[in-house]
Design a protein. Structure first.
Length: 88
């Protein structure tokens, strides 16, 4: 599955890459070059981040599912207990 970002986010990411190159490499990166680099990152490295995010969500959901029984558990055979309490 290809990782896609909105047109607005893509443009913002391209501008960020251009600024990063200018400030850290003392080199000007054009719009086309930054777009190509972004495409490379999304295709080559993006899946690592995406897969880790999916694994993190799975772990959190599993923990929540395991807690459901604690939150909604009802003990059976409770009817007679209310009559078995000692009277004062």
């Amino acid at each position: 599955m290809a990782i896609e970002i909105s047109k607005q986010d893509r443009q913002q990411a391209i501008e960020s890459l251009m600024r990063y190159a200018a400030e850290n490499f003392d080199e000007r990166m054009g719009n086309v070059g930054a777009g190509a680099l972004l495409g490379f990152f999304l295709e080559e490295i993006g899946p690592l981040v995406y897969n880790q995010a999916v694994a993190d969500v799975q772990e959190r959901l599993l923990a929540r599912v395991q807690e459901v029984d604690l939150e909604v558990h009802q003990d059976a055979f409770q009817y007679w207990r209310k009559f078995d309490r000692p009277h004062r």
